[in-house]
Design a protein around this ligand. Structure first.
Ligand SMILES: *[C@@H]1O[C@H](CO)[C@@H](O)[C@H](O)[C@H]1NC(C)=O
Ligand SMILES: *[C@@H]1O[C@H](CO)[C@@H](O)[C@H](O)[C@H]1NC(C)=O
Length: 511
């Protein structure tokens, strides 16, 4: 605005000046001045066009292209099992990313000689030795790996007996474990962007870890993780602390800054309980806040994770912790087999693993909540999305009590009404249909007794199997977060066919 009026004043001055010179001097001079005037005016015009916000050249072809695509795909498809017909433009707008890859991450895993033998079976489920770098830190020598073992190298942590530790409930090993990032940094590995810390009973969905870290500039200082599910724990420790079991990431420059000061810092907090509150105390000294990513899961709970895994936040699942504490995530399987089974789904569409979608069967009046790659629940009656997206309290709190006030997010009760007990279908297999470019995941009804229901409506017990079609969506997190939409294909058999994918234009979850 200011620039514009200034320009006019200047132009007027030039004009006035020019008029005076014609009468005063010779023709040659005036021609030169007029030429100068024309050149400067056209220069001003040209630059003002360049400076306009929406000047055409680069943007408009893309804009028209995008409009065109969304128009074509806005037709709803109920007629076939092609998930892709439902999926609108899988194109992604340009966003700021840093091309971070798995090779740029170094893991520091906290373990101990006494637990490693048992815990390494969890690590085998997610560790890929040729693609990942990392070290498992223990307190004493352990048995060497067998040859061909698919696990990272094991190292013994430095001696921490010189550091004070006065907390009566905790253990001194907290000192050793809080130094894992610094000790891993001191190994001097090349081309490291992020140090990721986890426990030996943490499993990572590493593709999603990369997706999350890729959003942040690794050349700057970042402390990325999540707090606990337990409100009480967060009050006792801090809402600003990344819980170590859920895992957290520290960018290279921050790791360097931490390494320089950590041993001095550790001496200032002998009364703290664990390793992660010690890290946070040092972060506070460095002035570094926690960057929250809701996909890291400490899981300070007991019992059945179904409620949490069926209503995950609309954010990529990064980690699961306390595998030993909670029930196996699939009933009737060992913990290790359940994890193995889970990672079979992860392989097919890691970005969407346990992402929720909701749909309603009109005729039967059922609500259907899908947790992709994990479980589908069918419930009699229409339950609104705002309720279904709250985890149901299938789990207990850290003190093994049913608790409705104790969580740092909204939850809903497990209904006692005999008609509203969910029919749960756990994933049995996932495959990729290459010709239709979609995944086909099959879910089987859990064989348990359901209470008698007097409601005059079809029972979901008539369904044995649910088949979900979905196109893998590796770029979904480049867009703003949004729950996937879901469609039901009409059918009379004991198999229910659903299709899940990005919502189309104007598509919402309603009956
Ligand atoms: C925009 O169009 C240009 C040329 O037509 C192309 O190079 C570029 O990749 C497009 N960008 C997007 C986001 O589609
Ligand atoms: C650790 O250091 C202390 C002295 O600072 C020493 O007494 C102790 O033996 C050391 N422990 C180990 C395992 O080396």
């Amino acid at each position: 605005m200011g620039g514009h009026s200034n320009k006019q004043v200047k132009d007027d001055n030039v004009k006035r000046h020019a008029t005076r010179t014609i009468s005063a001097s010779g023709l040659l001079l005036s021609v030169m001045r007029w030429t100068f005037l024309i050149i400067s005016i056209s220069y001003l015009l040209y630059t003002s066009i360049l400076l306009l916000p929406n000047h055409g050249k680069e943007c408009s072809p893309n804009l028209t292209k995008q409009k065109h695509i969304s128009h074509i795909n806005s037709t709803p498809a109920h007629s076939s099992f092609y998930a892709e017909e439902q999926t609108p433009h899988l194109e992604t707008p340009p966003s700021r990313r840093f091309e971070t890859q798995l090779k740029h991450i170094v893991f520091g895993i906290a373990s101990s000689a006494s637990l490693w033998e048992q815990r390494k079976q969890y690590m085998r489920q997610w560790w890929r030795p040729k693609e990942m770098r990392g070290v498992v830190w223990v307190d004493k020598p352990v048995r060497r790996h067998r040859r061909n073992e698919v696990l990272p190298e094991v190292r013994i942590s430095g001696n921490t007996s010189r550091f004070p530790y006065t907390n009566r409930r905790g253990r001194r090993s907290a000192l050793r474990i809080s130094r894992v990032v610094s000790e891993t940094l001191r190994l001097g590995l090349k081309d490291v962007r992020w140090f990721v810390m986890g426990d030996d009973d943490t499993v990572f969905v590493v593709e999603n870890l990369v997706r999350v870290l890729d959003k942040y500039d690794h050349r700057q200082m970042y402390y990325v993780g999540s707090s606990s599910e337990s409100h009480v724990q967060n009050i006792a420790f801090s809402y600003g602390m990344a819980y170590g079991g859920g895992g957290f990431a520290i960018s290279y420059p921050l790791a360097k800054a931490l390494e320089k000061m950590q041993d001095r810092c550790l001496k200032r907090y002998p009364g703290l309980y664990g390793s992660d509150d010690r890290i946070q105390a040092c972060m506070a000294e460095l002035g570094l806040p926690l960057t929250r990513e809701p996909g890291f899961h400490q899981y300070d709970v007991h019992g059945n994770l179904l409620g949490l895994l069926s209503a995950h936040p609309v954010a990529p699942l990064v980690s699961l912790h306390h595998i030993d504490v909670v029930d196996p995530i699939f009933p009737g399987m060992s913990r290790v087999n359940a994890l193995h089974h889970f990672f079979e789904s992860v392989k097919h569409d890691s970005a969407s693993i346990i992402q929720q979608s909701i749909c309603y069967a009109k005729k039967q009046k059922w609500s259907i909540s899908i947790s992709w790659g994990y479980a589908v629940q069918v419930i009699r009656g229409i339950i609104s999305p705002r309720e279904l997206e709250m985890p149901s309290r299938t789990f207990l709190n850290w003190h093994r009590r049913a608790d409705y006030t104790g969580y740092a997010f909204n939850t809903r009760p497990v209904t006692k009404h005999p008609c509203q007990k969910p029919f749960i279908f756990y994933v049995s297999s996932v495959r990729y249909d290459r010709s239709r470019r979609q995944t086909v995941s099959i879910y089987s009804r859990q064989k348990v007794r359901y209470p008698q229901c007097q409601w005059k409506m079809p029972s979901p017990s008539m369904i044995d199997t649910i088949v979900v079609f979905k196109r893998p969506d590796t770029l979904r997190w480049h867009n703003s977060p949004r729950r996937d939409c879901c469609k039901i294909f009409p059918s009379r058999s004991t198999t229910l066919h659903l299709s899940v994918g990005r919502c189309g234009d104007g598509e919402i979850t309603e009956l």
